[in-house]
Design a protein. Structure first.
Length: 292
């Protein structure tokens, strides 16, 4: 997505971005999982971590991978399985020929049973209708976006990373994408976060695309790196594919620009370290989280 070397960035105030970032800290999702295989649900990186401690952590994880080559990498939840199947259906044709097929509508019915807002917010049928309407909006953005890989498809989430489907991290990326698409277009309401995830399934993973090494080494579930990776990928995706949002350099600091994945890395991580220290999401009580 976009060029690796870019120095152009906007000069808009970042107050709205900062407030939005704080608003997603205590967000969780109906049907999500955070229980993976020990590599994505890692412990937060300590502020005083050294190069050698990080290297040792990565070495231990590498050994674990070698010892568990027969690990089942399939999605860990029913939600993840459905999203993976929907992704396969979406990729059957080029983006300019994409339509909401009957198999997708059937999968959305199944998805509604998992994504329905509990607490009398909506019925399963109402959720299904909402998802069908969101699917039409998704089709519009999927066909209209300005860049992509072969045939206009999204970056591929490799089979060995299928456990990432339906995770809180993937859906957090999806929520940021959908919220900003709605606020800055004629969409009435944000699409369900699952559609943001389907626009770019690798979004929220640390490192370029579907990288393994950086993600396994640095991902800290609900820590500074995790939150930064979700919003950094989302804002970069929006800028490069829809010409919306603040871009990778979402705090308007640093050398690289809005279109470069190098943009916003250091200042973004430092920003989230401060937020996590202030709000302490890892130590939060269940009732502090809002389900979407």
């Amino acid at each position: 997505m976009g060029g690796w070397i870019s120095f152009n960035r906007d000069t808009d105030p970042t107050d709205q971005v900062v407030q939005y970032c704080k608003s997603v800290v205590f967000t969780q999702f109906y049907g999500q999982t955070t229980e993976l295989d020990g590599r994505t649900d890692g412990r937060p990186i300590p502020d005083d971590a050294t190069f050698w401690s990080l290297a040792w952590q990565f070495f231990r994880r590498s050994l674990s991978d070698e010892q568990n080559k027969q690990t089942n990498y399939e999605p860990k939840t029913h939600l993840g399985i459905i999203l993976s199947k929907m992704d396969e259906e979406i990729r059957r044709v080029s983006s300019d020929q994409f339509e909401i097929t009957q198999p997708m509508k059937d999968m959305l019915k199944e998805l509604a049973e998992l994504r329905v807002c509990t607490g009398d917010c909506e019925s399963i049928d109402e959720c299904h209708q909402r998802l069908l309407e969101d699917a039409d909006t998704f089709k519009h953005f999927y066909r209209k976006r300005t860049s992509g890989v072969e045939k206009g498809h999204s970056e591929v989430l490799e089979g060995k990373h299928s456990f990432y489907w339906g995770t809180r991290q993937q859906l957090l990326f999806g929520k940021v994408v959908c919220d900003w698409l709605a606020c800055r277009t004629e969409s009435k309401n944000p699409m369900d976060p699952v559609f943001g995830a389907l626009l770019n399934p690798t979004g929220g993973r640390v490192g370029p695309g579907d990288d393994t090494v950086l993600h396994n080494l640095t991902f800290d579930n609900m820590g500074a790196m995790a939150y930064h990776a979700a919003v950094h990928d989302a804002f970069g995706y929006l800028k490069n594919n829809h010409n919306l949002g603040p871009g990778y350099a979402y705090l308007n600091q640093g050398l690289f620009g809005d279109g470069s994945p190098f943009g916003g890395q250091l200042f973004g991580i430092l920003f989230w370290k401060g937020i996590c220290k202030e709000l302490r999401p890892l130590n939060a009580l269940n009732e502090q989280f809002i389900f979407k």
